[in-house]
Design a protein around this ligand. Structure first.
Ligand code: PLP
Length: 392
């Protein structure tokens, strides 16, 4: 054969090697071929399990999906291009064959609030907001709105309230609504919403699961009942995570439990040091026995694990005072995102909750002196020393 022909055929499409790679390889093929066309026909018909096109399924991404579904105790998963895409497709799947109405937690990730207001509401989906830490309010909102879907976060951003996922799942089940839980802050080490009765658990993979600040991605895990609809919607909308990002995420997840245990342990020590500092007025961290959701924390989280997000109020805090504190930090990274190996800090009034009116922020417990901290895997004494010198 001529060089031009050999250039596109030689070395490719080899028979599978009997040696098994110890980790999942990156498969970049956008389509899959078979010796016999009848086999491809059966794959299209879903009579036999196999790959045909990367928008439907990809071996690297499937490896990641099986891994996260297993950690979350779910039936199956879909890895997506970002956490926001994961929220979008989870809510869309939940609303297939249900009333076009959502009851949403009033404390959610900023972009999730905006997605509900600027994508779902204009599409004719009714959105009602509720305090998910008030079960009577959730019951009343569900009875009144009869929603197709309830959307909440396990641990809220940035004041770290913890919703009773199990009780809310009961309310949803009785009303025929699907419960979608954004489990990004808690991670499957602290909470597995599907085991508590939720229909969907979603993550920004970008945060704790991938964990190294080098990949953007999301994942939706769901129960058996919703899985076919989730895959069907994905096939026609194409939100898939690519094989390179899937590989990076899978590599990150191998050390996720180790990192998260360490981060949680560090956070307990850092929260204690912050509470003891005279220039800190209040610390929000769920290890506090007087935390408003202490009972839920005790019931849902494993003993001694409270997550690795902390927020705290500077005494007499103002924007200028917070900026001064942050500029004095030498080790703690000033930047957006969370869940990385390095400790990071962010000012919610400037970032996630920037678009809200100051009064609205105040109502959510987000004052002008509130600082958010994502605790990393460093030696906690070094992080405490940096925070203390910046606070003094
Ligand atoms: C970051 C985040 C998201 C969005 O994830 P992206 O990967 O940035 O799209 C959604 N929910 C929570 C709780 C998050 O922290």
């Amino acid at each position: 054969m001529k060089l031009q022909t050999r250039a596109v055929h030689a070395g490719d499409r080899k028979k599978p090697d009997p040696a098994i790679p110890v980790t999942t390889p990156i498969v970049t093929a956008s389509s899959f071929a078979y010796e016999r066309i009848e086999t491809l026909d059966q794959v299209f018909a879903e009579e036999v399990d196999g790959y045909c096109y990367a928008r439907y399924d990809n071996p690297t991404t499937r490896g990641l999906e099986e891994l996260v579904a297993d950690l979350e105790g779910g039936h199956g998963a879909l890895a997506t291009s970002s956490g926001m895409t994961a929220v979008l497709i989870a809510v869309q799947t939940a609303l297939v064959d249900r009333r076009r109405s959502v009851v949403a937690a009033n404390a959610l990730y900023g972009a999730t609030i905006r997605q509900l207001m600027s994508v779902f509401e204009p599409a004719g989906i009714d959105v009602r907001w509720v305090d998910v830490c008030d079960l009577a309010a959730v019951e009343a909102a569900v009875a009144e709105a009869r929603p197709g879907c309830v959307l909440m976060e396990t641990v809220s951003n940035p004041v770290l309230r913890v919703g009773a996922v199990d009780r809310i799942a009961e309310i949803c089940r009785a009303a025929g609504a699907a419960l979608v839980v954004d489990n990004t802050f808690a991670t499957p080490l602290l909470c597995r919403p599907l085991e508590l009765g939720a229909s969907f658990s979603v993550h920004s993979l970008t945060k704790y699961l991938a964990g190294h600040g080098d990949v953007l991605g999301g994942v939706v895990v769901c129960d058996q009942a919703h899985y076919p609809a989730l895959r069907a919607l994905s096939k026609i909308t194409g939100p898939n995570l690519g094989p390179f990002e899937s590989y990076l995420s899978m590599r990150g997840i191998k050390t996720f439990p180790l990192r998260m245990e360490r981060q949680c342990g560090n956070a307990v020590k850092i929260a204690a040091a912050l509470r003891a500092h005279p220039n800190v007025a209040k610390v929000n961290y769920p290890d506090d026995p007087s935390h408003p959701d202490a009972d839920t924390v005790r019931r849902l989280f494993p003993e001694g694990l409270f997550g690795a997000m902390i927020s705290f109020d500077l005494r007499d805090g103002s924007r200028a005072r917070v900026f001064e504190f942050m500029n004095r930090l030498k080790l703690v990274v000033k930047g957006t995102s969370l869940g990385d190996v390095h400790t990071m800090t962010l000012y919610p009034a400037m970032s996630s909750h920037r678009d809200l009116a100051p009064r609205q922020r105040q109502r959510m417990g987000i004052g002008d002196g509130l600082v958010r901290l994502s605790v990393g895997i460093e030696d906690s004494a070094d992080v405490v020393a940096d925070l203390m010198q910046a606070l003094d």
